[in-house]
Design a protein. Structure first.
Length: 111
């Protein structure tokens, strides 16, 4: 499995936003930036507009589970959940994640 760490600091999120290459659909917005590291770092943002803490944590867990797939190394990725994500289940959020991820070319080619 690939090495994935978290983006934790606000300045890291802001750097990805400012140098952004982004794509969105109705459920998620994804920002991508290359870094000079050997691993991929993921940041997940779910605002209070999505729902209460239980709902926000469920959405975060589903997105984090999607991030366990084989991703290209050396990227900083920020994923922002939109309010529609609270009404969706695992399959819909996973489908939205893969749709946006394919557009931004973050997955390793499967052989």
């Amino acid at each position: 499995m690939s090495s994935i760490n978290s983006l934790k600091k606000n300045r890291d999120f802001q750097r990805v936003y400012s140098k952004r290459q982004s794509f969105a659909n109705r459920s998620l917005v994804m920002y991508k930036m290359s870094n000079d590291r050997a691993d991929t770092r993921i940041g997940i943002s779910v605002s209070k507009k999505v729902g209460n803490s239980v709902v926000r944590h469920r959405v975060t867990r589903v997105i984090r589970e999607c991030c366990e797939k084989e991703l290209i190394q050396g990227l900083d990725i920020v994923i922002v959940a939109r309010p529609l994500a609270k009404e969706q289940g695992l399959m819909e959020i996973e489908e939205a994640f893969f749709h946006v991820g394919r557009k931004l070319n973050i997955f390793l080619e499967s052989k």
